[in-house]
Design a protein around this ligand. Sequence first.
Ligand code: PLP
Length: 430
Amino acid sequence: MRPDELHERHRAVLPAWLSLYYEKPIELVRGEGFRVWDSEGNEYLDFFGGIVTTISGHAVPEIVEAVKEQAQRILHSSTLYLIESQVRLAEKLISLSPISGEQKVFFVGSGSEANEAALLFATQYRGSSEVIALRGSYHGGSFGTMGITGQSSWRPTPRTALDVSYALPPHRSYSPLYARYDDPEELARACAEDVRSLIQTSTTGRVAAFIAEPIQGVGGFIELPPAYLSRVKEILDEHGVLFVSDEVQTAFGRTGSHFWGIEHSGVEPDLITMAKGLGNGLAIGAVMGRAEIIDALSPKLHISTFGGNPISTAGALANLEYILENDLQKNADEVGGYLKERLLALAREHRCVGEVRGRGLMLAIELVRDGAPDPRAATAFMEACRERGVLVGKGGLAGNAIRISPPLTVTREAAGEAARVFDEALSSVE
Ligand code: PLP
């Protein structure tokens, strides 16, 4: 089917608010490694990775084989029966966990469900429905997770079963404190103290959990500084509040040098939620964390029909093995470091670049005009990149952040090629 006809039929039967990238949306029909092809035969460097998901690349033979082999045996049995790949995947994740002591893993089908489950466990364990989230955060599209998402554009409903307070992340996009502190460390400390103040003034004092993404993903790849996270953790410990690290975008080596995003801060969370890169595109999510919290659920009735099903766990296991055997975390560090240098050089040359930020292969370029966010430039930049064969994403509170998150297998040559395209695209929007 021609793309324009497919687009018309898409509009007729799918929700009107389901937005598509690009003025003439594309249909991706094939992928290999960090490259994808559309239905008209155009080839692209996939520098968004299916919304920060395709971590090992497209059509990885080892993952395809594991899925195929499992599909030929049994597609589904449900969590009421033993599933070997589910147990092996849980064991593997625990062996890689930054959390100490006895741990458990609960599998679900997506990131939203993982956060729902984590909040359920935390609120039950603590006997409190109070939660602290961050402004600018994104935690999912279900009722509960929309309720803790700190961006009103992603939150059509004002009410949630949880009592949520929003703290200030130490970044100029969100923090009014920004103008007062030149020193990032001081800003981090001031924002951390805001969490203490929030607990003392806006809650009953018995808060169940603090939830944060080590690098805010949908928020435009805004990193929470290690100094902020470690100070927040001290304050949470003083008040018995659990720390939930939402690693839906930051896990599995995405941020380079560490397997989990939270590890850059040295903070040990109580629970970690994950999805996206866990299955490299298969629908799977999980909550991992302290056994006493996860086991405490009462009544013992929580279930997910698809969570941890044979096909997604077999695929995720093959994916984790691929990541580890090929040391993709190291590649993310090296190629990501090189790409960031190239982006910083572009920022020096192009006035429309407000900021370059991120870690590993989770990098963003913020586009501005006269210092103010410029979402139109971001849309034009994406179009210009697409015309030149590179796909990137968009995000940020004002929609002016370009999100760059290729599969972790990407080469230095491909990153260099993308940087050359970004240079041209920036010139075209200036
Ligand atoms: N948490 C974070 C940090 C995310 O970025 C997302 C999705 O983008 C989610 C949770 C929700 O995941 P899902 O879309 O798989 O439900």
